[in-house]
Design a protein around this ligand. Structure first.
Ligand SMILES: Cc1ncc(C[n+]2csc(CCOP(=O)(O)OP(=O)(O)O)c2C)c(N)n1
Length: 686
């Protein structure tokens, strides 16, 4: 092997050793939890040395050596260890060895969370995105700069215990099915904190990979640098050339604590520690170099000085300014004003489901970056609500396609797709089935922009048909907005008519942040009596409606307001139609606000309206207790307290675990125009 490479590996292993000793010797200063890579150095460095700046890699929390091998300095890593302002990855927001980077001179790294195994779907999404860019180029489109003069390789690194997680299998399925250019590097130290291999798995990662026909696999001694280097060279070159998925199973040892907090002496006995110490990669490499006549004194002296000064400098580096704590929740959207023609002359009225379809069709015509996938949205069916009908035929299987029943993959893959500049629109078939994908939404998507300090906002639209009508039953009628609204870092639209649907879909597309579009199934075709107004004239192609702008659906008369006989009714989705029907009995006395987006929320319009009327009802289809509607009512009470003539009222569905199937039971649970009428009557009489 090239002696320079061996010496470079030795330099880095020595760094890791001294860094670990320094952290341990300074525990009051290195107080935030951290893991080191001791025992895993050889395979990590061997991997890093194959990578080029256009490659993508997702290191896990033990991949400190991978980062050093890619060119990150001990000082840069220590800035994150100590949560300093200049931490190049997260500016003090996340833990040691939780990188992300778009530096042009080093491999690309999407946001990394601490949740074990959860990076596998987003990282497979990166490979999916690269695969799509290569498909476009093969079809004659202009080459994206990301694949301009090289074939990027994607590496997803993870521990052996993480491989047993369910989401990992979704990613392996997808990567194998689509033959993506990705390497899953599994570092097997036989521990998952204190859970031993024989307690946690029926097979190791290499054996598991056998079931994925088309996933190449290889075993390697990850403590032997030369063997690891040769293996990774072969695998990376194969992926670079042939665009195939691989799993590398690297046996390693765990020499340091699981983390600085969970210490090895708590749960490992002397025999186990001694066994692991026999395969320490550092003395192995040292011995090899000494036997071949190298003298290592100069390197060691340099590293000792480097680590000492780096640590001192990092300790002296400034803390982040507390005023920055609110920065980077989102990146700014260019969509600030309502633009274009909402009701062009001579156009027909359209139903809401078509408004969504037409908006996406126009977007796909204009932007090759736009792809659509989810269960049943491909050519054959075009969505179970026909909400994607014709798109597959029109734009081809590479842009509109079916996926397996993998909500986690559908949602989480958009992280990777977005990171390579694409705009995925994905679909969860029913709101009731968003929960398997919820983890990706919370753990990865919502935090990516904030924890990467704006480097990796996730630009995605997640379409979610929602709501109850006509006996949809307990697993096809659920509302999920309150649960979604607990997540900070995503935007949520809930249009109630075709024009809003089209305008908001366009705004969502141009928004560089994650958006969930809640689309009420009962409004899709205006089949439910009283919802005819959900059909509107089709807005022009250039019509766009910014988020955070509510709409006054019905106004109260000045006369009613003047005499104190009016009220505000704040609602969204199906509530708009219950409110409209109910308000007919109280001519000009009820001012109805349709929120249109639930986050951001048009608080100015809400508070202003409530202040003018002094009375307010918040109406929702959701089970009422602890709902978004109740939280909003609380905020209204606080903000408008001096203008209120009655307690802010809330009407939602009964607090039951599910919407029952029988239509009589369904009606008994949900609000309707009659129930709303009764509440209005009481509130106006207050
Ligand atoms: C989803 C999730 N559950 C639990 C944890 C807590 N946790 C942190 S590391 C770890 C063990 C991981 O073991 P392995 O993947 O083998 O990696 P190793 O630490 O051994 O390198 C656990 C359970 C977590 N971070 N994420």
């Amino acid at each position: 092997m090239d002696r320079h490479l061996l010496l470079l590996a030795y330099r880095n292993m020595y760094r890791v050793r001294l860094m670990a000793e320094t952290y341990e010797a300074n525990r009051p200063i290195t107080k935030y939890v951290h893991s080191t890579s001791r025992g895993h150095e050889a395979i990590q460095l061997a991997t890093a040395f194959q990578l080029q700046p256009h490659d993508w890699v997702s290191p896990y929390y033990r991949d400190e050596s991978l980062l050093l091998g890619m060119g990150w300095s001990p000082y840069e890593l220590m800035l994150q260890l100590l949560t300093r302002a200049d931490d190049p990855f997260t500016s003090g927001r996340s833990y040691y060895a939780h990188p992300n980077s778009r530096r042009p001179d080093r491999p690309q790294i999407i946001h990394q969370s601490s949740a074990t195994g959860m990076q596998v779907i987003p990282t497979t999404g990166v490979a999916q995105g690269i695969h799509y860019l290569e498909q476009l180029a093969a079809l004659g489109s202009e080459r994206s700069p990301l694949i301009a003069d090289a074939k990027p390789v994607v590496i997803c690194s993870l521990g052996d215990a993480s491989v047993t997680e369910g989401e990992v299998s979704e990613a392996l399925q997808f990567a194998t099915l689509k033959q993506l250019p990705i390497i899953y590097l599994v570092q097997d130290n036989e521990w998952g904190i204190s859970v031993r291999a024989e307690e946690g798995r029926a097979m190791d990662a290499y054996e598991y990979a056998e079931g994925f026909k088309g996933l190449h696999r290889i075993r390697v001694d990850g403590t032997n640098f030369s063997e690891s280097f040769e293996t990774m060279r072969k695998v990376v070159n194969h992926v670079r050339e042939h665009r195939k998925p691989w799993l590398v199973h690297a046996r390693v040892c765990l020499l340091n604590h699981h983390t600085s907090g969970v210490r090895k002496e708590f749960y490992r006995d002397d025999e186990d520690l001694a066994r692991h110490a026999t395969s320490d990669p550092f003395p192995k490499l040292r011995e090899l170099l000494l036997q071949s006549g190298e003298s290592l004194g100069a390197i060691e002296a340099e590293v000792e000085e480097e680590v000492r000064t780096a640590f001192a400098a990092a300790v002296a580096a400034p803390e982040p300014d507390p005023a920055t704590v609110t920065h980077h929740v989102f990146v700014p959207t260019p969509v600030k004003e309502e633009r274009g023609d909402r009701s062009p002359q001579g156009r027909e009225k359209i139903i809401m489901v078509d408004a969504a379809l037409f908006a996406i069709r126009e977007l796909m015509e204009e932007y090759e970056s736009c792809v659509l996938y989810g269960q049943d949205v491909g050519k054959r069916l075009g969505g179970v609500f026909r909400e994607a009908a014709t798109l597959g035929e029109r734009f081809g299987d590479h842009r509109v396609f079916n996926t397996a029943i993998q909500e986690a993959y559908i949602i989480g893959s958009t992280v990777g797709m977005s990171s390579v500049g694409l705009k995925p629109i994905v679909e969860v078939q029913f709101a009731d089935y968003i929960y398997p994908g919820f983890n990706q939404l919370v753990t990865e998507i919502s935090k990516s922009c904030y924890l990467s300090c704006g480097k990796f906002p996730v630009s995605t639209i997640i379409r979610v048909p929602i709501g109850a009508y006509n006996g949809g039953g307990p697993y096809h009628s659920g509302s999920v907005e309150s649960t979604l609204l607990t997540i900070k870092g995503i935007k949520i639209a809930y249009p109630s008519n075709a024009a809003d649907m089209k305008g908001l879909m366009k705004a969502a597309f141009h928004d560089p942040n994650p958006v969930v579009m809640l689309e009420h199934k009962g409004l899709y075709w205006s089949k439910v009596p009283g919802t005819e107004d959900a059909k509107t004239i089709e807005p022009d192609r250039d019509y766009i409606l910014p988020f955070g702008r509510g709409r006054v659906v019905a106004e109260a008369s000045e006369e009613a307001i003047g005499s104190g006989e009016s009220m505000a009714l704040i609602t969204y989705g199906m509530g708009v139609y219950w409110a409209k029907t109910a308000a007919k009995a109280f001519e000009d006395r009820v001012e109805i606000i349709d929120l249109r987006t639930l986050f951001p929320l048009d608080e100015a319009l809400i508070f202003d309206t409530v202040r003018r009327h002094g009375k307010c009802l918040v109406l929702t289809e959701e089970q009422q207790n602890n709902s978004f509607a109740e939280a909003l009512a609380g905020r209204i009470s606080r903000e408008c307290f001096r203008s209120l003539d009655a307690p802010v009222d809330v009407l939602g569905a009964l607090d039951l675990p599910a919407v029952p199937l029988n239509m009589g039971l369904e009606a008994a649970m949900l609000p309707n125009a009659e129930k709303v009428r009764e509440r209005i009557r009481k509130l106006l009489a207050y």
